[in-house]
Structure formats: structure tokens, C-alpha cells
Design a protein around this ligand. Sequence first.
Ligand SMILES: CC(C)(COP(=O)(O)OP(=O)(O)OC[C@H]1O[C@@H](n2cnc3c(N)ncnc32)[C@H](O)[C@@H]1OP(=O)(O)O)[C@@H](O)C(=O)NCCC(=O)NCCS
Length: 156
Amino acid sequence: MLNIVHQYRLEPARVADAASLAGMSQDLVETGLRPAWDAARIAWHIGTAIVGFAIMRYADDTAHLNLLAVAPAHRRRGVARRLVAWLEDTALTAGTFTIALELRAGNEGARAFYAALGYRELARVPGYYQGRESAIRMTRDVARQPRGDAAPPPAP
Ligand SMILES: CC(C)(COP(=O)(O)OP(=O)(O)OC[C@H]1O[C@@H](n2cnc3c(N)ncnc32)[C@H](O)[C@@H]1OP(=O)(O)O)[C@@H](O)C(=O)NCCC(=O)NCCS
């Protein structure tokens, strides 16, 4: 009996477990009932949720911000600003001083966000997205332009 017990390990559930826990609840607890404990509800009880993420690729001279997003309910609370600041600090530590990125040309919110962080527009790249949508390319030199001294966005 003891041996069997020792085959199991207790650890806190993670948000990534929510779907399989919801499946177990529906199969083993709520059998025959309308499921009340779906993955979203279980994830809420687990308590940690991913509200945003970013992916940056670091090369020798330039770091490229590939993806950045914050869930709508958590926007305008400084989440993306903190994410980008962390990535920029990592680039600085690695000796990579130029950050580059592209965003969809019609994405006014992101454009305003990057401008607020001191990024400047370099070029418009037609057809960048699957050959049918233009991109705006933006860049920032994190060594020459420390965050506290970021220039305000140009007047419209
Ligand atoms: C762009 C995005 C990542 C910003 O995330 P966020 O966490 O809301 O941004 P922050 O709260 O850190 O904003 C910092 C500053 O940027 C500016 N800003 C951010 N979003 C803005 C918007 N929609 N319109 C105008 N300015 C904006 C503001 O100056 C803001 O400071 P303030 O709230 O004190 O005024 C988020 O809107 C998003 O996920 N959008 C959809 C995905 C996307 O466009 N990704 C980027 C393309 S690569």
C-alpha cells in the first residue's frame, strides 16, 4: 500500500491543467449534470492567468520583437510597457542596442503604444503580411535613448 501511495506526487495545479481538470470534473463529479465547472471557471480558481506575452529574437546587432499582446481586459495598465522594458533591458545586457519590429499598418493602438515608448517609424513595408497587408517598421536605440529620456511622439 505504501509503495502505491509513493507513486503519486502532490503539486499545485497550473492554468495549463484547467482543460483536463474540467474534463475530470465532468466525467467524475458532474456526471449526468450540465457541466458547471468548465475550463475557464477552473482556471479562475487556480488563480494565475496569462494576461499578456511577448516574443523577442535576439541577434548580434538587432533584437526583433516578433509578437506582443495583452488581453483586452488588462490593457492600459502598463503590462505591455513592463514586458517591453524587460526585453529591452535584456537586449542592453546582451550588448544588442537596436530593437526593431513591424506592426500592421492599420493598428493605431499599437502604433500609439510604441510611439509612447520612444519607438520611431522607419518605413512602410507594402505586402509584409501574407502579401496583402502593409506593415509599419519601427525601431528604437535602447543605448542612446534611455527609457526615462524617451522622446515624446511627434505631433500629428
Ligand atoms: C498594443 C498593446 C500590446 C498595448 O498593451 P497595454 O498593456 O495596454 O499597454 P500599456 O498599458 O503598457 O500602455 C503604455 C502606454 O502606451 C500608450 N497606449 C497603449 N495602448 C494605446 C492605445 N490603444 N491607444 C493609444 N495609446 C496607447 C499609452 O501612452 C499608454 O500609457 P497610458 O495608459 O498611461 O496612457 C495592446 O493594446 C494589445 O495587445 N493590442 C493587440 C495586439 C497588438 O496590437 N500587438 C502589437 C502589435 S506587434
